[in-house]
Design a protein around this ligand. Structure first.
Ligand SMILES: [Mn+2]
Length: 382
């Protein structure tokens, strides 16, 4: 039997709240290399979004290049199969692909590439891999899938036992995390029935690990890329086509084993009053644990904490985001008070109210400056 590792949505070069994630991604790729030391893996599949941008940063290109070199030096026989996702430029990602194919690095760049499968054979069997680059159009994808099905039947007739399709798409019924870029709405959703003939569909695009239809699986991104994913376990998938149990008396399904990915730094969300974070108590285990994590703090007070990010970063060097939505909601309410609306006639008075709301009192110098500016403005428009 043929076993491979399935991942997707690496988003190399991603900058998250102004923080480069290159170190985290380097750590994650080292983890993949550790897993792939096991010679029972015949291939690595990357189902799109290798990079975060169609013009990736030099650091991202360097990172992916050195990953390929390290992996191939360690396991010269391993096949590496890559498709472009919606974040990748197929041409840039596919640079030198005719040369790389000879080294067992298969970079799909067009739908035409998809019809020529990469066939992997070892002592235990054979499997044809069809690499389908991202298209974003459900109708085009369905047309290509029909041609792939013909090619798959030819493979099966020639004795190739198993077949896998690698695709980057939004399967009908899938659930998002908030870090995908979804733009066409329903028009780009794909019914997984179009890949029913394959043993396994290795999917990318949705960042949450999930099953899609009978034979489709999203590995999910190996790292969390939005605070909405804080606390979600991340995986890469060890897959053996035909290695699972038979369903409904039919041919055996693929065996899918999720392997947890341990990130260099977690993404963590914590709520509390400003004081909790400014002078953390030594008994506050949740806070102490999060000290070296990427942190989003939600301040649950009605009063604004000024300059909060800079002040709290002294305690939490990887604090990336501060959420003061309660203070904003309170402010909005204040501005909706009838008195506040009629105060339009007295702009300077409203400004003083606003200062009082923010800081508890109005700074006389700021209020005076405001009145002066207001007078100047009136002078311009008699
Ligand atoms: Mn993605």
């Amino acid at each position: 039997m043929i076993k491979f590792l399935h991942t997707a949505d690496l988003h190399l070069g991603k900058v998250f709240h102004e923080q480069s994630l290159i170190e985290d991604q380097d750590h994650m790729l080292s983890g993949l290399i550790e897993i792939l030391k096991d010679e029972s893996y015949a291939a690595l599949l990357i189902a799109g979004d290798v990079y975060d941008r169609s013009v990736p940063s030099p650091e991202a290109v360097e990172l992916f290049g050195s990953f390929l070199v390290k992996l191939k030096r360690m396991r010269p026989g391993i096949e590496i199969l890559v498709i472009p996702g919606n974040h990748d430029s197929p041409v840039r990602l596919g640079f030198g692909r005719e040369l790389f194919a000879g080294l067992g690095i298969h970079l799909a760049a067009s739908a035409a590439d998809a019809e020529k499968p990469v066939v992997i054979e070892n002592g235990g069997g054979s499997c044809a891999f069809f690499l389908l680059p991202f298209s974003g159009h459900a109708r085009l994808t369905a047309e290509t899938a029909a041609r792939l099905e013909e090619a798959r039947c030819l493979c099966a007739a020639s004795g190739i036992r198993h077949s896998v399709v690698v695709a980057h798409l939004f399967a009908t019924g899938g659930s998002e995390t908030g870090s995908e870029r979804v733009f066409l709405g329903d028009a780009e959703r794909i019914d997984m029935g179009i890949f029913a003939g394959f043993d396994y569909a290795a999917l990318g695009h949705l960042h949450r690990f999930q099953r899609a239809g009978k034979n489709g699986w999203y590995s999910g991104s190996p790292l969390a890329y939005s605070f909405g994913e804080a606390g979600n376990e991340k995986y890469v998938l060890a897959v053996t086509p035909g290695g699972g149990t038979a369903e409904n008396g039919k041919e055996k399904a693929a065996l899918v084993e999720p392997l947890p990915v341990k990130p260099l730094r977690r993404l963590v969300r914590i709520r509390g009053p400003f004081k909790r974070f400014l002078s953390p108590s030594p008994d506050d285990a949740e806070l102490l644990d999060a000290r070296n994590d990427y942190l989003e703090i939600t301040l649950d007070e009605r009063r604004f904490a000024e300059n909060a990010l800079a002040l709290l970063r002294k305690n939490f060097p990887f604090l990336l985001s501060i959420n003061q939505e309660e203070a904003f909601a309170a402010l909005e309410k204040t501005l909706r008070v009838p008195g506040a609306v009629s105060a339009r006639k007295d702009l300077a008075g409203s400004f003083e109210d606003f200062l009082r709301f923010l800081y508890g009192s109005a700074d006389g110098a700021k209020a005076a400056l405001f009145r002066e500016l207001e007078r100047e403005k009136e002078g311009e428009n008699p």
